[in-house]
Design a protein around this ligand. Structure first.
Ligand code: CP
Ligand code: NVA
Length: 308
């Protein structure tokens, strides 16, 4: 049995297996074909933070695969009132076939997984957002961009950045990260990613100058400056990130026909300008839709591992 907590635990081949299942599932859906690959299965979804895409894509995806999803907010279950994580994991995994968790500290999901009898999927922690990166890689491939990509990430060194680092390290593409001073990526995660990158030939570089990161990029991406849980720091972050907005001027530094990705939700006028969101809306909303297909691929893949 496998869990999906970070991309670090997956090989390039395994990531491609998941993506390939997703590609077939997307094709089938377009043709109106629904294969009940997870018939009678139940996915428990524990949300300790808000969500639009993650909730809708997992719940819809599970239904389309013939299963059922339960939305469990921490306001409704005893976890939010102090029931131990291990007890919660033992109980839920004795009744459900898979669990998806969105939470704060990454150690919470690790402890849950250690006590779970069924696969646990990371739907975002403070440190990582790996399901988003499955959708992002599917999107890159659909637009003909693969391991030759040069990805520029401009903004906060956060959960999205860390997951981009592991994706680049595993798949072998170049990632250039520009963050303001004081908002850099976690140094331990960087060390780990650089170790993995040695094997794939990926290059991961960190800097403080957005222009430097963007020049030569085939993909430019960013994320909110204040993640969930950092609402109190919003004003101070807006000041610290001055000059980091992706606008036409910055996008023009990238290669011709460079694409722009955003995991959403986007804050227009902060990390990205209105015009960039408008110009690149086709790929951005396809990226969002790909959450559905990529996660269906992931759930089918995890189920197959269990049955091996
Ligand atoms: N990108 C993403 O995970 O969106 P939600 O927070 O809406 O789930
Ligand atoms: N970094 C953001 C991602 C949202 C999908 C957050 O954690 O809020």
């Amino acid at each position: 049995m496998r869990h999906f907590l970070t991309l670090k635990d997956f090989t390039k081949e395994e990531i491609l297996e998941i993506i390939n299942i997703a590609v077939d599932i997307k094709k089938d859906l377009r043709a109106g074909v629904y294969k009940k690959q997870l018939e009678n299965q139940t996915l428990a979804m524990i949300f300790e933070k808000s969500s639009t895409r993650t909730r809708v894509s997992f719940e819809t995806g599970m239904f389309q695969l013939g299963g059922h999803a339960l939305f469990l907010s921490n306001r409704d279950i005893h976890l939010g009132r102090g029931e131990p994580i291990a007890d919660t994991a033992k109980v839920i995994s004795s009744m459900c076939d898979m669990v998806m968790i969105r939470t704060f500290e990454h150690s919470m999901i690790e402890e849950f997984a250690a006590n779970s009898r069924v696969p646990v999927i990371n739907g975002l922690t403070d440190s990582y957002h790996p399901v988003q990166l499955l959708a992002d890689y599917l999107t890159m491939l659909e637009y003909g961009i693969n391991e030759n990509a040069v990805v520029a990430y401009v903004g906060d060194g956060n959960n999205m950045t860390h997951s981009w680092m592991f994706l680049a390290a595993k798949m072998g593409f170049d990632l250039r990260i520009a963050t303001p001073k004081g908002y850099e990526v976690d140094s331990d995660v960087l060390k780990e990613a650089l170790e993995i990158a040695k094997l794939s030939g990926a290059s991961i570089t960190v800097m403080n100058d957005p222009a430097e990161a963007i020049k030569c990029a085939t993909i430019v991406t960013t994320d909110t400056w204040a993640s969930m849980g950092q609402e109190d720091e919003k004003d101070e972050r807006v000041k610290a990130f001055k000059g980091y907005m992706i606008d036409n001027e910055k996008m023009n530094l990238a290669t011709q026909n460079a694409k722009f990705l955003h995991c959403l939700p986007a804050y227009r006028g902060q990390e990205v300008s209105e015009e960039i969101m408008d110009t690149h809306s086709e790929i951005i909303f396809n990226e969002a839709e790909n959450r559905l297909h990529a996660q269906k691929g992931l759930m089918v893949w995890l189920d197959k591992q269990r049955n091996k």
